[in-house]
Write a protein that binds this ligand. Sequence first.
Ligand code: ADP
Length: 488
Amino acid sequence: MSVDAFIEDLLAGKPGDAYIYGAWTEAADGKRFTVFDPATGEAITSVADSSAAEGSAALAAADAAQEAWSQVPPRERSRLLMAAYDAVVANTEAFARLITAEMGKSLAEARGEVAYGGEFLRWFAEEAVRIDGRFGTLPNGRLRMMVDRRPVGPSLLITPWNFPLAMATRKIGPALAAGCTAVVKPAELTPLTTLALAKVLEEVGLPAGVVNVVTTTDPGGATGHLLSDPRLRKLSFTGSTPVGKMLLAQAAEGVLRCSMELGGSAPFVVFEDADLDAAVEGAIAAKTRNIGEACTAANRFLVHESVREEFVARFGVAMGALRVGAGTQEGTDLGPLIDERSRERVHSLVEDAVERGARVVVGGELPSGPGHFYPATVIDGVLPGSRVVTEEIFGPVAPVQTFTTEDEAVALANETPYGLVGYVYTRDLDRTMRFVPRLQFGMVGVNTGVVSDPGAPFGGVKESGLGREGGREGIDEYLEYQYVGLAH
Ligand code: ADP
């Protein structure tokens, strides 16, 4: 069956299964769970609700496939990844419809995700053939040193719901390129896109067991026991900081290699010399990309007091012009939030800021009707300590605060346990070179509101995580050094 027919079937309500050792597999007890469209609240289809038995079977499959996969020549691993890239791109429209259906983002954004997500497969197809080591003589002259790089081994890849395709390819791409096999555990809110990606991998001829997908509403029950199973060697997780911390603690048991992409609270700093048109454009991108449901989303707008009034006025107009609607509707800028719990939380952050004296410039009201929609919202004069600046918003809400000196901007920007990304708008190169190194963030955008790119190392410091995804660095997370001392 072709990939687009597979996707059409899911969209038409045909149940999906887990994918284990090259077979589409129901849960042993026959349990299934429903996947909903966040724009309508209606069911799309159901998928297998796997439990510990399927988790174990998936790891057994990954373990059984590991040695042979690590011996597949890099050029062949590369070819398979490139074929998967081609197949994803060829099925852009079908993938976009599936992403919009289960996650809610507009079709335009979903097509953007297919391009971005697909690119990780191509990027790592290219990296697969460039894994190098080094050779030398040790200082004592007695041994020659050969440093090889070996695949870490079977990896558990846990992904979130906000980028159902890209978060999967960003992990599967480097894992396969490095010669690792994988058990993928997609988010329970958006498992369908990962199943379609597994279909792509099956169609291009990836050997059975190299990638296994376990769908479940009980992630702890289905995969928790794998973390202490000696066959598992690696955990890569993208999700919330509390869950990430808990998994890190569990991963200590098996001393697993861990890559963690956790929460963020990005500052968006606008200096008095910024190009304000560009800053507003960047602010819209940094705030509303993916409906604000991105760990890279600008979470705190820090604006120099001399340009605050003008920035807020222009930003408010631009945010107010964004169209809220179903992702399938032509011209939609902001699709629905993922679920009702999420929408209530976002709204409560706005209410908390207003109770403390902040002013709503635009938005801030819960729309009526079905779907978990929330309007683009700007709130000015937000007091420090308000939940909207201390918590990760994950919605299209922009709180504005002001500063007067560079030192104050640094202090405010860094005043968070997170350290994923920061954005800075200034036309002063000296200031850029002075200011950026003082920011405690793994990524910094200067005069841009979007930094994510498969060719760049994505990742954070502090409680935003460990390791990097994408870039030349991304494959390192799946490789282990092996030093060989050669007497001569
Ligand atoms: P979010 O707020 O994005 O839903 P979560 O951290 O809850 O963030 O979810 C991210 C991913 O982590 C999802 O795939 C989810 O199923 C998974 N997850 C949540 N709890 C656990 C757990 N105890 N063990 C393994 N995976 C988990």
